[in-house]
Ligand binder design. Sequence first.
Ligand code: PLP
Length: 393
Amino acid sequence: MNYNVDSNGYYGNFGGAYIPEMLYPNVEELRQRYLEVMNEPDFKVTFDKLLRDYVGRPSPLYFASRLSEKHGARIYLKREDLNHTGAHKINNTIGQILMARKLGKKRIIAETGAGQHGVATATVCALMGMECVVYMGEIDIARQAPNVARMKMLGATVRPALSGSRTLKDATNEAIRDWINNPVDTHYIIGSAIGPHPYPDMVTRFQSIISEEIKWQLKEKEGRENPDYVIACIGGGSNAAGTYYHFLDQPEVGIIAVEAAGKGIHSGESAATSILGKEGIIHGCKTLLMQSEDGQITEPYSISAGLDYPGVGPMHAHLYTSGRGEFYSATDDEAMHAGLELAKLEGIIPAIESSHAFAVFNHKNFKKDDIVVISLSGRGDKDLDTYINYFNL
Ligand SMILES: *Cc1c(COP(=O)(O)O)cnc(C)c1O
């Protein structure tokens, strides 16, 4: 079984490029060039240099001794929370802006829901001196004022999406419309391991630095490269894809995904996409997504804005249906308490997205000598208000 993308842009039955014909030239240019560009020596040198000096990589692999004691396993945390801008998203935006520059693009567009990807995109546009337009639903703009302010301070233009439910999917439609109208000079930076081929594979490769580092870091600490399990939370699936990448074809490494169950998988307010989803098309790819009987995309819900997405990247849809990955889902309550536990035991306040991964211990028992690596995808500063309200701090 192959868990990577095939030459047609599919992971098993999932993936592909389901796009309007007018977008074909843009996506096709990227498809033809992305691997060749990523393999150019000067691209690699610049990417590595920025990851080191700007992002602060390698991110530490930290042995969490008190958490390990509590849950009876050897638990390591991959500290993506220590990256510049506070999460893994910057790995991808650095890669894509270098790609855009190589393809001769002058202008960057992106869509954002909670604003995290918008901020990561605005950051690299400031770094490279490129024009940046971020589409964001009008409702999200009102809900996410600090991230809107960050984007503006970084020099980006935030354009409100005024149609439909005025949230992420409407912002995506606006971004696609912009790209159709500006095919020559504009690159569209997608923020997760989703979208039409080659995006899921390109984003996964940029994020694969996470598992590349885990391998040598674990070798130094434990004398072997492969852990028994790698664990990550899944929104669209980019931190997970990066964490799994170098272990996909190592059957002795268990792959565990934790999705957001919101108020409960069957409560009608959830984002447990793989478990609830059916095959359909979203954001230009065929994957598992939450939809009604007649195929309308269902509005997802999670306490964490970054997991509040109705689909899942095609790699993960394949890992789920093939059985290569073990999928769990954690409710809001489980995630909040897992986040608090990490704060109390290790002195680390995680992003609420990442807290979902730590709720795995409610669902699975590990053996005492199991080496378990958890992707700590981001830091909790942005979520302090949510923690304050939830715990009455
Ligand atoms: C955006 C975000 C996620 C979810 O996105 P993926 O593409 O699934 O990784 C997870 N954690 C943090 C901290 C985020 O900001």
